[in-house]
Write a new protein. Structure first.
Length: 67
């Protein structure tokens, strides 16, 4: 079993702040609640959000996984 580092990741924000019709930011793929709650999340929660964003991005842009 792997564990997340004790320190949180940098914010995944890429300054493209616009929600799509599914409620995900077009830049970082976070939800409005994930964006608003980022600074109050534990490091473990932040890493979970980063992983979820990666999964969302791969689901939306499968060709990017092959690049």
């Amino acid at each position: 079993m792997t564990t997340a580092p004790a320190t949180g990741p940098m914010s995944p924000c890429v300054n493209v702040c616009s929600l799509d019709l599914q409620g995900y930011c077009r830049g970082c793929m976070r939800t409005r609640d994930e964006i608003a709650g980022w600074i109050r999340m534990s490091a473990e929660q932040q890493w979970a959000v980063v992983r979820a964003c990666d999964e969302r991005r791969l689901a939306r842009f499968p060709a990017a996984a092959q690049a």
